[in-house]
Ligand binder design. Structure first.
Ligand code: KG4
Ligand code: ZN
Length: 337
């Protein structure tokens, strides 16, 4: 029985796993608290995590029908993410583990997004190619084992989710922008405006999204406020098509280069309907298997952290008492998978 905690950004999450089986996966979103600021405010996130950590852990244990005495190890996101937010999760996990002399398993958040694919039902076995696209990261992972992956390409500037969030804000939509933009785009024409599909001619597997965001800024400026209001849905659909085009373009290139037989998606942007459809069509064209986890396992959650923890190194009590979180941009300490 594994208890997992995830607090790297603006969702307070706790899960209970029995092997690859999810017994509880509780997510308390802070979206409303950050919405009025138009994005995540790190200090607000930390304070909410402080208030929510204990009730969310209690809710997960309750849903799983177990008590703290049944927990055999505690897993926690160690980074990358917002340092104050991470520290709340790490401190909570350390306190629960130390109180019962249990081992602590620090987990890398991105490895967590990959590991969501190892969960039941129908766990995916490596090797597979995994596109991880979230609010903080966009990367292609070559997954050949359960622990760790080869970084085949990544964004050189903004993450795909960040581009969704910033563009949604430009179009006057709320936070988080991805789901709102997808909804608006349903009424729009994806071919209404020509948006740049960046990195198309670049031979590598890296991504870039900041140019796309800037192109939308200029387009809106040239159209003027009234036209932007009138054509909001067309703008959203055209922007979304460009993001999906770049993501699937690079995925296709990676498929041609490797001998991959299966593709998986991870991260919040993997919840995007048109992206899921485009990747499904690509996989069918290329004759590779596609694994799509439910949307609740794409966006941040603790079940994926528990899943990664099953293949990561556990630190025995009391060696982890001085263990620290690591922020975005910092190197993970040795042993964190
Ligand atoms: O993985 P995640 O929950 O948190 C991070 O690790 O960042 O990803 C959140 C990101 C946000 O940028 C959000 O706008 C985006 O995922 N997102 C979406 C959709 N749902 C969430 N983007 C596009 N379409 C969606 N349906
Ligand atoms: Zn994430």
């Amino acid at each position: 029985m594994l208890l997992a905690i995830e607090t790297s950004c603006d969702d307070t999450c706790a899960a209970v796993l029995d092997g690859p089986r999810i017994l509880a996966n509780v997510i308390s979103s802070q979206a409303e608290a950050h919405g009025r600021f138009g994005g995540v405010v790190p200090e607000v996130a930390s304070r909410h995590h402080l208030e929510l950590a204990t009730p969310v852990v209690e809710a997960a244990l309750g849903e799983a029908g177990i008590g703290l005495d049944d927990v055999e190890a505690v897993a926690v996101t160690a980074g990358p993410g917002l340092i104050g937010a991470l520290l709340v999760g790490v401190s909570t996990a350390k306190a629960i583990a130390a109180g019962r002399r249990l081992p602590l398993i620090p987990v890398d958040h991105l490895q967590g997004h990959v590991a969501a694919n190892f969960l039941e039902p129908e766990p995916l076995e490596p090797p597979f190619l995994c596109l991880v696209a979230s609010g903080g990261h966009t990367l292609l992972a070559g997954v050949r084992e359960h622990a760790g992956y080869e970084l085949l390409g990544q964004t050189r500037d903004d993450a795909a989710g960040e581009a969704f969030d910033k563009s949604a804000r430009l179009l006057g939509l709320g936070y988080p922008g991805g789901p709102a933009l997808q909804k608006l785009a349903e009424d729009g024409d994806p071919e209404a405006f020509e948006m740049p599909v960046a990195m198309a001619r670049d031979p590598g597997l890296d991504f870039s999204f900041s140019g796309l965001k800037t192109a939308l800024v200029y387009l809106c400026r040239d159209l003027g406020d009234d036209t932007v209001q009138e054509r909001k849905a067309d703008l959203a659909a055209s922007f979304q098509a460009a993001v999906v085009g770049q993501l699937t373009g690079k995925l296709d290139r990676a498929l041609k280069r490797g001998d991959w037989e299966a593709v998986a998606l991870g991260g919040g942007v993997a919840a995007n309907g048109p992206l899921r459809e485009a990747v499904a069509a690509l996989c069918e064209r290329r004759g590779v298997r596609l694994k799509l986890v439910p949307i609740s396992l794409c966006t941040d959650n603790a079940a994926m952290i528990g899943s990664a923890a099953r293949y990561a190194t556990a630190i025995p009590y009391p060696e982890y008492l001085g263990y620290d979180a690591f922020a975005s941009g910092e190197r993970a300490p040795a042993g964190v998978h």
